[in-house]
Design a protein around this ligand. Structure first.
Ligand SMILES: [Zn+2]
Length: 197
């Protein structure tokens, strides 16, 4: 098996994924979130869609067997293995404004949003095209009665992973998340591996 590629703490990467290829996102140290974005390679205006996906799944927690749909209701990715079972698909990538508004930072980090925008820029993706990410390992329980969200540390342990199969040719954006609350208060790397079907 090929060695995984490392995304250093509080940074991001972008790469292509061919139809049929498998992408495994690994949490090497545990309790670390990774935001995942997908764009159709032959038309970047087709993007991963939280709204479509959650609508069709009828659930907000997705796992093995679930499909991640685009804004055009095409399947982009299928979850084929999930060793954690808790991910988030409600919240946008953390950003300068997240840190300003929620944390009160005066000199905020650019966050996953800035890291994704920089990594995806060479592929022709503009910042305004960045949608809600599939947040691997992010733990956001919801109070069923009030709808109140909590951002808790991930339940992922060192070496845990989630694997996706690409259903079309994609450009992928992936981060090691920069938000303190999402990651149990410390910033760790993320690893990923791309394999043939
Ligand atoms: Zn983040």
């Amino acid at each position: 098996m090929a060695d995984p590629t490392t995304i250093p703490p509080r940074s991001g990467a972008a790469f292509t994924l061919d139809r049929g290829q498998m992408l495994t996102v690994i949490d090497p140290e545990g309790r670390q979130v990774s935001d995942l974005l997908a764009f159709a390679r032959d038309d970047l205006r087709e993007v991963i869609s939280s709204g479509r996906t959650l609508d069709y799944a009828n659930r907000i927690y997705l796992t093995t067997g679930d499909r991640l749909y685009s804004n055009r209701s095409n399947v982009m990715l299928e979850i084929v293995e999930d060793r954690v079972g808790r991910h988030d698909f409600l919240l946008t990538p953390c950003s300068k404004d997240t840190f300003r508004i929620i944390y009160g930072d005066t000199d905020p980090h650019r966050g996953c949003f800035g890291n994704l925008a920089a990594a995806l820029e060479p592929y022709g993706v503009e910042p305004d095209a960045i949608p809600v990410a599939f947040n691997c390992f992010m733990n956001v329980p919801v109070d069923g009665a009030t709808g109140k969200l909590s951002v808790l540390p991930p339940i992922s342990k060192a070496g845990d992973s989630i694997t996706f199969r690409a259903a079309m040719d994609l450009v992928i954006g992936l981060t090691a998340c920069s938000a303190p609350a999402s990651n149990g208060g410390s910033f760790k790397p993320i690893e990923y591996r791309v394999e043939a079907a």
